[in-house]
Write a protein that binds this ligand. Sequence first.
Ligand code: ADP
Ligand code: MG
Length: 240
Amino acid sequence: MISMQSVEKHFGELHVLQNINIEVPVGQVVIVLGPSGSGKSTLCRTINRLEPIDSGAIAVDGKVLPSEGKALAGLRADVGMVFQSFNLFAHKTILQNVMLAPTKVRKQSKTEAKDNALRLLERVGIANQADKYPAQLSGGQQQRVAIARALAMNPKVMLFDEPTSALDPEMVNEVLDVMTSLAHEGMTMLVVTHEMGFARRAGNRVIFMADGEIVEDTDPESFFTHPTSDRAKDFLGKIL
Ligand code: ADP
Ligand code: MG
């Protein structure tokens, strides 16, 4: 579903992604771990071309990502992304936030988009807040809206970049629960997170990055019990 081959990227002198090779099969939940500054966000952002790459190739569902134009908009729509900051439109209601992209980009009718949005808000447990504005919701609720909004485009892949890092601790689980059910429903997911419990429970695979390189690529149990690299051991020593 996601294929990255020999991907290289620099920010000026900084070699932020170095020879990245990842093949993610349909339905796999990949957890991306690594110290701050290791390139995790940049990796996510290259997958839907929020960041261009210098060389290599990235494909989603077998389609190589073009760098611009209509085809790019189509491919971006296949990749849902949820960030640390929820980025909801403050002056639109929850329902309008979820309906916006499907009507503008997917050209869905208002009725279809509304039915779909209400179903998704139900799924993330906030259908009763549909007519409120983002500021009236808690951080956990806003992040669940952001997930519903991404799902409204009917993406083939969901990317999560530290979706719970900005939340108060008591709201973390309500967001992780939505992500866990999405994983169980077979969504292909790439999740940057520091939630190690979630990584172990919901992940099928761990990719550990350091200094722009993939240092380990293994199953969660092996990673957490027998990390092989010194950098992963050091990382786990600091967080566990
Ligand atoms: P992570 O998400 O693992 O913390 P990032 O992908 O955000 O890492 O950043 C990796 C490195 O690239 C960091 O050193 C960061 O400062 C740098 N970086 C990120 N975005 C940019 C940018 N737009 N321009 C220049 N440097 C950047
Ligand atoms: Mg980051």
